[in-house]
Write a protein of this length. Structure first.
Length: 192
């Protein structure tokens, strides 16, 4: 049926349901009811619950990637500043969107499902590759210590995303600040 306001409404509502329950308990009847539509209407937009779940994954991923693209437009030639701002943007996203945060945690914890794992892997690799490019640029520009392993540092940086989710979920929000991110960033990247 294509993308449109109702399509997006179903996705946003479903993210809330999936984050509140779990994949198995989120029946298509519940998902439809929470979206304010009939179950049959749900199937006009999504052929299955799994397709809807994966659309929810892509929706959250696209929101994050859009943020990163905006940051890149302004700071793409300043690798350290770009990476700091991406980390802060992700932190803001995690704190401002508890349902989406829980949803991201759910994806991470359900990687035994091949389709979920493939979606997670694709998104993580996209982030790791983009981060590695910026770290390499930072090394070339002398902003990041040359002995840093760009690939390993990229995995630590992106892995930190999931640490932020964990911290928020267990209530360690006192440590979730830009200053915390800056100190973590400096420890991982050894910026010059």
């Amino acid at each position: 049926m294509g993308n449109g306001p109702r399509h997006e409404q179903i996705i946003i509502s479903s993210i809330e349901v999936f984050s509140r329950t779990n994949y198995d308990k989120a029946t298509t009847a519940l998902l439809a009811r929470e979206a304010g539509i009939a179950e049959g209407t749900l199937y006009k937009y999504f052929s299955s619950k799994k397709e809807l779940f994966l659309a929810c994954c892509r929706y959250v991923e696209d929101l994050l990637v859009d943020r990163y693209r905006e940051i890149y437009k302004q700071y793409g030639d300043q690798p350290v500043e770009y990476l700091k701002r991406v980390a802060r943007s992700y932190l803001d996203f995690v704190l401002e969107n508890p349902n989406m945060r829980k949803f991201l945690a759910f994806i991470l914890n359900n990687s035994f499902d091949e389709d979920f794992r493939n979606e997670l892997e694709s998104f993580v690799r996209l982030n790791v590759d983009a981060t590695e490019r910026m770290i390499r640029l930072g090394i070339e520009k002398g902003e990041i210590a040359s002995e840093i392993d760009p690939r390993g540092a990229s995995w630590l940086f992106v892995g930190g995303y999931f640490t932020l989710i964990l911290m928020a979920e267990i209530g360690a929000t006192d440590a979730l600040s830009p200053q915390y991110l800056d100190s973590l960033f400096l420890a991982v990247m050894r910026c010059n």
